[in-house]
Ligand binder design. Structure first.
Ligand code: AMP
Ligand code: MN
Ligand code: MN
Ligand code: MN
Length: 288
C-alpha cells in the first residue's frame, strides 16, 4: 500500500490538472494520493471522479497558509468540509491576500526594468484559484528573464530578494480550531523545511497539539535524514501522527516526484479515525 498525502494541481501552483495528478499517481504505483492545493478545495471533485474511474483513493485536503510566532507555517487540513463557513471565510482572506500581492510584486519587478504585468500572470495561471509566486515565476520564464521557477525565487521572489512582498496568512492557533470545526484533521507540513523554526520544536508542537494539532509531516524533501529522525522522535514522544509525501507540483518543482516519500498505512488509519471522531462530534456535540 503506497500513500502520498501532499500534492498540488493547477488549481494552485502545480502544473497538472487534478485529473492528471490522479492518473500520474496511479502511473507512479500509488494506491492513495492526497490532493492538497494551497488554500482551496477546488480540485477535489475532478480528482475524486478520476480516482473512482481508475480505482485508486483520493484523500481530500488543502495546504493552508498560516502564520505562527511571526513565521509562515503551512497547515495541511485533511477531510475538512469546504462548505463550513468559518473555513470559507478564512480561506477567502488568504486568497484575497494572494490577489493583492501579485500586482505589488509585478510593480517591484517593473521597477527593476522587467516588463511584466499582473494580467499576463493571471492569464498564465489558467485555472488556478490560489495565485502564487510560482505563477509570477512562470511569467518571468515566458519573458525569458529566468530559466526556471527556482531561479525566479533565488533572484527575485524569496524573502530578502528585491521583488519579495509579504502577504496575509491565517493565525495558526485560530486555524487549528477552524479546521476541526470543519470536521478536518490538521497536520503541519514540512515543519522544519528550509530554516528550522525554533517555535516548532517539541514545546511549541506540544502546545499546538493542545489546540488540536494531530500530526506532522516528517518525510519531506526539505528535511534531511537527521531532521527526519529528530521529528520522528518528537512525534513519538507526543503521540503525533507522522506523515510522508512528495509535495508534488508537476513540472513546477524538481526532485518532488510522486511517491518519493510515503505515509505508513497505520498512520493514515489514525488520521481517518480522527476525522471520524471529529465528524461525530460535529453531528452530536455531546459525543466525547
Ligand atoms: P506563495 O504561495 O506565493 O507564497 O509561494 C510559495 C510556493 O512557491 C511554495 O508553495 C512552493 O511551491 C513554491 N516555491 C517556493 N520556493 C521555491 C523555489 N525555490 N523553487 C520553486 N518553487 C518554489
Ligand atoms: Mn506550492
Ligand atoms: Mn508548503
Ligand atoms: Mn505543498
Amino acid at each position: 500500500m503506497r500513500i502520498d498525502l501532499h500534492t498540488h494541481s493547477d488549481r494552485s501552483d502545480g502544473t497538472l490538472s487534478p485529473r492528471e495528478v490522479v492518473l500520474a499517481a496511479r502511473a507512479a504505483g500509488l494506491d492513495v494520493v492526497g490532493l492538497t492545493d494551497h488554500d482551496t478545495a477546488e480540485g477535489w471533485d475532478e480528482a475524486r471522479a478520476t480516482a473512482a474511474e481508475i480505482g485508486i483513493t483520493v484523500v481530500p485536503g488543502m495546504e493552508i497558509s498560516c502564520a505562527y510566532a511571526g513565521r509562515s507555517v503551512h497547515l495541511l487540513a485533511y477531510f475538512p468540509d469546504p462548505g463550513h463557513e468559518p473555513l470559507q471565510e478564512a480561506l477567502r482572506l488568504v486568497l484575497e491576500g494572494r490577489d493583492q500581492r501579485t500586482p505589488r510584486v509585478c510593480a517591484k519587478l517593473r521597477d527593476l526594468g522587467i516588463d511584466i504585468d499582473e494580467v499576463e500572470v493571471a492569464r498564465g495561471a489558467g485555472d488556478a484559484v490560489a495565485i502564487g509566486r510560482p505563477h509570477i515565476a512562470d511569467a518571468l520564464i515566458d519573458l525569458g528573464v529566468v530559466a526556471d521557477r527556482g531561479e525566479a525565487f533565488d533572484r527575485f521572489l524569496s524573502p530578502g530578494r528585491p521583488a519579495y512582498v509579504r502577504r496575509y496568512a491565517a493565525p495558526l492557533e485560530e486555524m487549528l480550531g477552524i479546521v476541526q470545526g470543519a470536521g478536518g484533521v490538521p497536520v503541519i507540513a514540512h515543519p522544519w523545511g528550509r530554516a528550522e523554526p525554533s517555535a516548532l520544536r517539541v514545546e511549541g508542537l506540544a502546545q499546538l497539539q493542545g489546540l488540536g494539532l494531530a500530526g506532522i509531516e516528517v518525510d519531506h524533501q526539505d528535511h534531511d535524514a537527521e531532521q527526519r529522525a529528530a521529528l520522528r522522535g518528537i512525534a513519538r514522544e507526543l503521540g503525533l501522527v507522522v506523515t510522508g509525501s512528495s509535495d508534488f507540483h508537476g513540472a513546477g518543482k524538481v526532485d518532488h516526484d510522486l511517491g518519493c516519500n510515503t505515509t505508513d498505512p497505520a498512520e493514515l488509519e489514525r488520521l481517518v479515525a480522527l476525522a471520524d471522531r471529529v465528524a461525530a462530534r460535529r453531528t452530536s456535540p455531546a459525543a466525547p
